[in-house]
Write a protein that binds this ligand. Structure first.
Ligand code: NDP
Length: 309
């Protein structure tokens, strides 16, 4: 019987207990999920940062996998005591939630829902372009970015994608590397950020790069707050170069009450709700990785510690 520590917060356990039990049974994995244990006995850890979760992984000398419940691992990937293999979460439920958020906010900008609501008493006939005339840039073509890019392409948007390494995603014009960013931004009327937070991606959208966007572009950031320079974004919004920003993630969360984003008429703040890991589907991913651990097979979704994601 494999001993697995649920180090993801006592308050989350009730949400996970039944789905994990079911998924482990379906995967044929015999595991004892513990919420407290002698660290030397633990063979794998289900992890989410915060609260009572460990900061020091040194005592977990027999732990062969740390399985993150979250897709973003920036809070744990730089922990020097973590020598155990780390896997991030790729969950169909999480991906579907992100697709819905990104498609919803892209469509809101595209068909001008805010303007329609603000002017509905005036019978103003303003025809939006068709999706085929509105290029979208997807910064990040991973599990989430690629799914969102393909959903938007399916609606007719020309989608330009950007990643670190060369990539092929069906229906998407893929670019990569620092030179690819300019190509993508220069054409984008809507920019979606779905990059992980790493040393390289921090401040991806600084003033100079915001100036590459066509006038009136819209920014949607469900990635991570520090991907954008807040002050540069506010300047671009005030100057009218960027028309609107929908931001789900921030440098400090919850967003401090005195932050200018709250009152800015061109900013929509959402409280880091773009997408959540869904226990019903994610438990199967955890169970599959525990099965692989038991059977000595390569783990799914291993984090590249050097790249930081
Ligand atoms: P993945 O690791 O699957 O994909 C990351 C993508 O970013 C890859 O395409 C990668 O390129 C690209 N990338 C990384 N570094 C660079 C770089 N320096 N330059 C260009 N491209 C780069 O991550 P996910 O899609 O699963 O998740 C993305 C992020 O979404 C998470 O890290 C998290 O921050 C955020 N998130 C937000 C949520 C919310 O509710 N707001 C919920 C869940 C996640 P390559 O393909 O070449 O490796």
């Amino acid at each position: 019987m494999m001993k697995v520590l649920f180090a993801a917060g006592e308050d989350r356990w009730p949400l996970w207990e039944a789905p994990l039990t079911k998924a482990l049974a379906e995967a044929g994995v015999k595991a004892e999920i513990l919420r407290k244990a002698d660290p030397t006995e633990i063979e794998a850890m289900i992890y989410a940062p915060g609260g009572e979760t460990p900061d020091d992984f040194t005592p977990f000398v027999n732990c062969r996998a740390v399985l993150s419940l979250w897709a973003g691992v920036e809070k744990i990937v730089t922990n020097r005591t973590l020598t155990q293999p780390l896997c991030r979460m790729v969950d169909p439920g999480l991906t579907q939630g992100m697709v819905e958020y990104v498609v919803g906010h892209t469509m809101r900008a595209h068909i001008g829902i805010d303007r329609v609501l603000a002017t509905q008493d005036r019978w103003e006939v303003v025809l939006p372009p068709l999706a085929s005339e509105r290029p979208v840039a997807m910064l990040g073509l991973g599990a989430l970015g690629a799914a969102c890019a393909q959903a938007l392409a399916g609606l007719g948007f020309p989608v330009l994608g950007w990643s670190r390494n060369p990539k092929e995603v069906a229906g998407i014009a893929c670019h990569h590397g620092p030179e690819g960013l300019r190509t993508v931004l220069e054409q984008a009327q809507i920019v979606v950020l779905l990059l992980p937070l790493t040393a390289e991606t921090r401040d991806t959208l600084i003033a100079e790069r915001l100036s590459w966007l066509p006038d009136g572009a819209v920014i949607i950031n469900p990635g991570r707050g520090p991907l954008i320079d807040d002050e540069a974004l506010i300047e671009a919004l005030d100057a009218g170069r960027v028309a609107q920003a929908t931001l789900d993630v921030f440098r400090t969360e919850p967003l401090p009450s005195d932050h200018p984003f709250w009152a800015h008429p061109k900013v929509t703040v959402t409280p880091h709700i773009a997408a959540e890991t869904r226990p019903a589907t994610a438990a199967r991913v955890i169970a599959e990785n525990l099965r692989r651990l038991r059977d000595g097979e390569p783990l799914l979704h291993r984090v590249d510690r050097e790249a930081g994601y």
